[in-house]
Design a protein around this ligand. Sequence first.
Ligand code: HEM
Length: 417
Amino acid sequence: MTTLDGTEVDELFGPEVVVDPYPYYRHLRASDPVHEVAGTGTFVVTRMALVRQVVADTDTFSSASGEFLHLGDWPAPGMRPAMTGLTDDATSGAAIATTDPPEHARQRKMVVRRLSASNIQAMEPQFRQLLDLVLDQVGPDGRIEWMNQVAEPLPMVMVTRILGLPDAAAPQLKRQGYAMVERISGFVPEDRIQPLEDEGVNNLAPVIEAYLEAKAGPSAHEDDLIGIVKRAVDDGELSDLEAFGILSVIIAAGGESTTSLIGTAVRILAERPDLQDELRRDPALVSTFVEEALRYDPPFRGHYRVVTRDTELGGRSIPAGSHVLLAWPAANRDEEAYEAPDEIRLDRTRPRDHVGFGWGIHLCVGAPLARVEARVAIETLLARTHRFSLEDGAALSYHPSLVVRRLSALPLVLELS
Ligand code: HEM
């Protein structure tokens, strides 16, 4: 791809690759599975076996990276800090996802206390109720903008409750999470960086207030995440900075990702009435379909690791200090890992055997929540309609990002049953 000033830039940044990265990933898997993005010291890893090799070797491939591939309006891409002033050497507020053993296990333990499968199961009726409230309002024309009315607001309400905040805080937290994820998208022009950082910091206000309140005395939310990290700080298991880091990672990781899954999965079904019919006939297959959606087109385009010592990967030398970008969606379509990887199949023998939630010690801690929300959204939509489809002439687009893959809008027409 060529930028306006004539510089050759990796195809990864091309607008057509944002819309559909899969042809480029296929090309990389076949010809250059550990692909260096020229001039950045970053290697994009696209084969399943190599992705798993990196993730398993946390000594060589550290998660403590505070930098991201960024083009923005620079003439050429580079690894640039996720926040102004932050570098790989200064990840002091690092939380769970960007920590290594042994800190990682210490922090993850706190989050699991609230996000365990059994705690999440108990919340399933809450999500069903939120969804019913929205779907009850669909008018006789059956029109709904699925992203704006369902996929974007509802997962953040669940995250807000998990934190221990009132539902009214959800829109502000959504703005916080979106700002932080857009900041690291790789496409943000220079003059938008500071406003995004301000939005990220300012919209954390409800969390900061609730945390300070929890510190001041007993609260009604001792078992919610804010109460849990506050107690861990009291007990000397976490620092205040780590506690805030954990809370902001949950906001950034917990809303947008599930939004993306609920959007993509419903898009697939809107375009495939045959799959809708199959799932209506056998609703028990919805869980398998959710896994296939996570494999076929996962919400995260990649996470980074920083290389701690000179090493070799897939026959390629990688010097210490380089980064690798784990391209989960590319690995999920690896012909060596799956039969017919470009097809949605509901009869895969091990449907969870994908890296849509990552793999290894950093395997997504929010997976139980995301799975419940996606399953309930699809079950409900299928049960309340006898058909749903894209609105005529809908042109679908994705937010430009190297990190996430989220539809900008999904206008649907529901034929209510
Ligand atoms: C469909 C939705 C989701 C997807 C596809 C997803 C994907 C991922 C992936 C790929 C990783 C691994 C990152 C790495 O190895 O560097 C991860 C980790 C993580 N996710 Fe999720 N996630 C989702 C939902 C959630 C939710 C709902 C939450 C919280 C409420 C969450 C919180 C986290 C956290 C805290 C980590 C770091 C875990 C660790 O480092 O041990 N995620 N997620």
